[in-house]
Design a protein around this ligand. Structure first.
Ligand code: SF4
Length: 702
């Protein structure tokens, strides 16, 4: 039987593995990791390997547009024209009556770059509000802010190839062995080639990642910034700071040194859950390292101190000159497949295209001119959690949700549910009937998914890759770009007409010209031929980029990086006798986000089929809880049931819940974000999923 081949990219995590699709004449789809792909060299993890089953199983897809005549009525199938007409008429009426800031758009790090760019232009340029935010706010906005403050712009310095040369690797608040598996295999291979490579893992849980570590520090949640400051002071005291680098390339070292001088190292180490000797050992490894790299993700980012945690880790690299050279650098991992693409197009309510700042009048003028609009509003828009609060207070009247399931994934899901219920008008655009926001939607728009639409994404190392369309969307589902265009044209924005995603990509690329992320030399055929290209790739010098800042010129006007110091405060939720335990949340190996796709694949249920609460045996026995017992997990915002999994791998006083399960197992069972709160970092507005005060009790029927 003859086959057709397509090249594409995995649409789960930020690693960005290449996939080759073979399509039989009868439509059967097979996939394999692309053997010569620079990211994965043919490897795929369990999630990527099973992506074809997600395409095949259409039992939970949305097939047709639906609409309610009014609140309280059933959703009914309607035509695309009717659904778009109603959406347009309602948005236009609300904007006329209450102004553009009365509407909001909540998108996703799984949108393609073209969709991200288009909706930014539509909302910020044409509708005239900056109320456009993304679920990537929940995963990487603290890293964006910290890179910008320390390095002058949101520029992630290292690449995956740098990892191959590292001799000391610090992994903090991340479990890449499960959440970025193919990248972690690179680290495993490095350790096999060079067993002397030192790996330090900082995490309150002994994860699969920690099993490869030379040293695992079981940190007390919330103390990461202090721990990095202890390491900073030790590096100075042990004479490991790079004075030449600091003198020529860094501002703020003296303040950093003075702020740290008063730290009592023994006491501070204990506050972090470590002993001083262990941290001295780590400081020696970092200080003696030829190539020091760090990897982190949600454990640092999802915190009211997320930005400061990032900054204190960046300080360790600046202090030792371990940045801007091959084989070293601070590397924040993106969780979602296109969180980085969203950053490029300015897909946050506080940004404009190509890392331009919304607060910069000349940037606004430049983008407005490019888009052919009179002006761009300078006031920052609402962030993800602010949109929920504003819906709840009635200030925000309408919300359009695209490709994300906020009733499961946002913190304080009780508040999210109340807010969506209160929305005067709610549009949900998704591929899956499992998006719980559909319960309150006035209009539901069926979208095409992975493999059914064309576009690009950018992975954690800035590699832009092309995704092919090789399958037909089911029913009347359409690519998100087409849906948005229907709305834009109906709103009367004729200049937003486009015929192909590449048109949008080329426009986005042109808007990057002259910036640090210049991709003006790129088009789809170059991306396809090269299996992805790392930016920048300007037309004046079309050569794939390596790591950034190799010339030691940072993005601040004076070319110097900044060491930014602060005194760590306890800003997380207070524990009390009623809620003495710290709840931290995260992912498991074989599930993705709220399981709307991985939940369809039987094979992926085998690893961990049901939600669980990981609890230390001492904490369990003092509460009369045994392995496998059903328990209540209670917090200030709600309570859920789970099943106890006793483990010595978690710190005493800390419990862990996976974030994936929603209503599918029953209302009171499993929805982790019933327990988390919506306090955010004051600079990045990233919410805290890593520190909620809870109590655990044996389940007893009333
Ligand atoms: Fe997909 Fe990430 Fe797995 Fe690669 S590591 S196959 S990108 S989920």
């Amino acid at each position: 039987m003859s086959k057709t081949s397509y090249a594409t990219t995995c649409s789960y995590c930020g690693v960005g593995c290449g996939i080759t699709i073979s399509k039989e004449k009868d439509g059967k789809i097979r996939l394999q990791g692309t053997p010569d792909h620079p990211v994965n060299q043919g490897q795929l993890c369990s999630k990527g390997r099973n992506l074809n089953y997600v395409l095949e199983n259409q039992s939970e897809r949305l097939f047709f547009p639906q609409m309610r005549i009014s609140k309280g009525h059933e959703l009914r199938r309607v035509s695309w024209d009717t659904a778009i007409e109603r959406t347009t008429a309602t948005f236009a009426a609300l904007i006329r009556r209450f102004g553009p800031d009365s509407v909001g758009f909540y998108v996703s790090g799984q949108c393609l770059t073209e969709e991200y760019y288009y909706i930014n232009k539509l909302v910020k340029g044409f509708i005239g509000t900056n109320n456009l935010d993304t679920n990537s706010r929940l995963c990487m906005s603290s890293a964006v802010t910290a890179y910008t403050l320390a390095l002058g712009e949101d520029l992630v310095p290292p690449t995956y190839e740098d990892l191959d040369q590292a001799d000391t690797l610090l992994v903090a608040g991340a479990n890449p062995a499960w959440c970025h598996p193919i990248l972690w295999r690179r680290v495993e291979a490095l350790k096999e080639r060079h067993p002397e490579t030192k790996i330090i893992v900082i995490d309150p849980r002994r994860t699969q990642t920690a099993s490869l570590a030379d040293l695992h520090i079981s940190i007390i949640p919330g103390t990461d910034a202090l721990l990095f400051q202890v390491l900073g002071k030790l590096l100075i005291d042990l004479n490991y700071s790079d004075s030449t680098f600091l003198q020529h390339h860094v501002e703020g070292f003296e303040t950093f040194k003075n702020t740290l001088s008063g730290i009592n190292l023994t006491q501070a180490s204990a506050e972090c859950g470590s002993d001083l000797e262990t941290l001295i050992q780590v400081a020696h490894w970092i200080g003696k390292s030829k190539n020091f790299m760090s990897l982190w993700s949600m454990g640092l980012n999802q915190s009211p101190q997320g930005v400061h945690k990032n900054l204190q880790l960046l300080n360790l690299h600046l202090l030792t000159g371990q940045i801007g050279k091959e084989g070293s650098g601070p590397f924040s991992l993106t969780g979602q497949p296109n969180a980085m693409g969203g950053r490029e197009v300015g897909g946050l309510s506080t940004l404009l295209a190509a890392h331009r700042k919304l607060s910069d009048p000349s940037a606004r003028e430049e983008v407005a001119r490019f888009w052919g609009v009179e002006k761009i509003n300078g006031a920052p828009g609402l962030t993800a959690t602010q949109m929920i609060e504003s819906l709840n207070s009635g200030k925000l009247k309408a919300l359009w949700i695209i490709c994300t399931n906020p009733m499961v994934s946002l913190p304080d899901s009780g508040l999210t549910e109340r807010a969506l219920q209160k929305a005067r008008f709610l549009v949900v655009q998704d591929i899956s009937v499992k998006n719980e926001a559909i319960s309150y939607a006035d209009v539901v728009l069926p979208a095409a998914g992975w493999g059914e639409k064309e576009g690009t994404m950018t992975n954690s190392e800035r590699r832009i890759s092309h995704l092919s369309a090789f399958a037909k969307p089911p029913g009347e589902a359409l690519p998100d770009l087409e849906i948005l265009q229907k709305f834009a044209l109906k709103m009367g924005f004729r200049s937003l007409e486009c015929t192909h995603p590449e048109e949008v990509f080329l426009e986005h690329a042109a808007l990057t010209e002259g910036t640090r992320i210049d991709i003006s030399g790129l088009n789809y055929s170059i991306l396809k031929k090269n299996r992805g290209i790392r930016w920048p790739y300007p037309k004046s010098n079309p050569v794939e980029a390596k790591g950034l800042f190799l010339n030691k010129k940072f993005a601040h006007p004076d070319g110097k990086a900044r060491m930014i110091t602060f005194v760590p405060q306890k800003e997380h939720e207070e524990r009390s006798p009623d809620f003495p335990l710290i709840l931290t949340t995260g992912r498991i190996r074989d599930q993705w986000h709220t399981m709307t796709r991985t939940g369809l694949v039987q094979k992926l249920q085998q690893h961990i089929p049901l939600p669980f609460l990981e609890i230390h045996p001492e904490d369990a026995s003092s509460r009369g809880i045994k392995e496998g017992d059903v328990v209540w997990v209670k917090g200030r915002r709600g309570e859920i049931k789970s099943r106890a999994k006793l483990s010595l791998d978690i710190r005493q006083g800390v419990v862990f819940l996976p974030m994936h399960w929603g209503k599918i197992l029953g209302n009171s069972f499993a929805k982790t974000n019933r327990l988390t709160g919506n306090s955010t970092d004051p600079n990045s507005f990233q919410p805290d999923f890593k520190f909620s005060a809870v109590e655990v009790q044996p389940f007893s029927k009333p």
